[in-house]
Each structure stands twice: as C-alpha cells, then as structure tokens.
Design a protein around this ligand. Sequence first.
Ligand SMILES: [Zn+2]
Length: 71
Amino acid sequence: MPFYEYACQACGHRLEVMQKMNDAPLGECPACHQPQLRKLISAGSFTSKAASIDNAPACASGGCGASCMTK
Ligand SMILES: [Zn+2]
C-alpha cells in the first residue's frame, strides 16, 4: 500500500499516511484543523526518483564504474 505525504498550507505541518490508491485524499490538517492539506508526491516514488538523480553526477564523472561507461 503506498504512502502519501501531505503538507498543510496553513501551518506547514507534514504527515505521511498509508492509503489505498482509490481512498479519498485527506483535506483537514490534524494539527490546525484547517482544510488546507495538499498531497505531495508519494514518498516511495519520490525517493526512487531522487536516488536516480543523485546517481547522475557520479555517472557522468565515471564514478559508478565500467558498466556505466558502456552505455
Ligand atoms: Zn495545519
């Protein structure tokens, strides 16, 4: 089940919740009770994208080894 990260536009509170794909998104902030929650990119897919971006500089400089240089 994927995690979703939310950030409150009113108070800046952040939280992660585990939801099914077709669950209704949260709206109310549990910290300030304003209906200002915004869903961020899901933590799981964000992490994997960030990791591949992090690999790019090392790859460009040959830091990831010979297997990369053959591409
Ligand atoms: Zn809030």
